[in-house]
Write a protein that binds this ligand. Structure first.
Ligand code: URA
Length: 249
């Protein structure tokens, strides 16, 4: 079922437009106002994060970028793909996976019965590392804390597909991608499927059948994740939905 996630609140923003009036004796100022709780939708959160990414100067990678690449896809995507970082073409266009490995990714998605517009595609780091070197641990940590983990929290995908070693390392540190690719693992309550990076299959053709077979299993993995997450009815003690506007004064 699509469309629901986009409506779900993800971030709470409080603002307090105070109105200053005199009390009824006219001798003291009092503040009148409402606390308005504006809850950002997933779409609004993603827009805000993307805006921050485009202006980001938190790490040295921003010096070399032409454009930052926040990522793209529906805010209620059930599958989120996470690559390593923008390459030459992505840096030019400000969009993820638009070069040769992006073309191959489109083919892999088609093998899973998916289109690019069905999934959210992001990266561990949002700016291109010089000469496409691996992002460094401090760059990874800065960028993921500031942006990627907030994107995941906004989208709440059922399945995360990591593309390549760097992305896998965020969720499954210490694992070897050659050993566990294609095997779904539950990490913090969410299914993570480590896959080879499409570029690895382009550069080493013997990897191609492996990554194709892993993508072909994606629909079954998603179906299982959705069955596991299906609501089973309200549990005793379930709380009322949060009140969205509170009177303060
Ligand atoms: N490789 C990646 O890891 N990400 C992109 O966006 C493009 C190529």
């Amino acid at each position: 079922m699509r469309g629901l996630g986009a409506q779900l609140p993800t971030t709470l923003h409080l603002c307090c437009p105070a109105v200053i009036r005199y009390n009824r004796y006219g001798n003291q100022k009092v503040a009148l106002g409402l606390v308005q709780a504006h809850v950002l939708t997933a779409a609004e959160s993603l827009q805000l994060i993307a805006q921050e990414i485009r202006g980001c100067t938190r790490c040295a990678l921003h010096h070399g970028r032409t454009r930052a690449v926040p990522g793209e896809g529906p805010p209620d995507a059930r599958i989120m793909l996470i690559g390593e970082g923008p390459g030459y073409h992505e840096d030019r266009q400000g969009r993820p996976f638009v070069g040769p490995s992006g073309q191959f990714l489109d083919e892999l998605l088609a093998m899973a019965g998916l289109r690019r517009s069905d999934v959210f595609i992001g990266n561990v780091v949002k700016c291109r590392p010089p000469q496409n070197r691996d992002p460094q641990p401090d760059e990874i940590s800065t960028c993921t804390q500031a942006y990627l983990f907030r994107q995941i929290a906004a989208i709440q995908p059922k399945v995360i597909v990591t593309l390549g070693r760097v992305s896998m390392g965020l969720f499954l540190p210490g694992e070897k991608i050659s050993r566990i690719h294609g095997q779904p693992r539950t990490v913090n309550g969410r299914l993570v499927v480590p896959m080879l990076h499409p570029a690895a299959a382009l550069h080493q053709p013997q990897n191609r059948p492996l990554i194709e077979a892993d993508f072909q299993r994606l629909p079954a993995i998603l179906a299982q994740a959705e069955r596991d997450a299906a609501p089973t009815g309200p549990a005793p003690g379930d709380e009322e939905p949060p009140v969205q506007q509170l009177s303060l004064f």
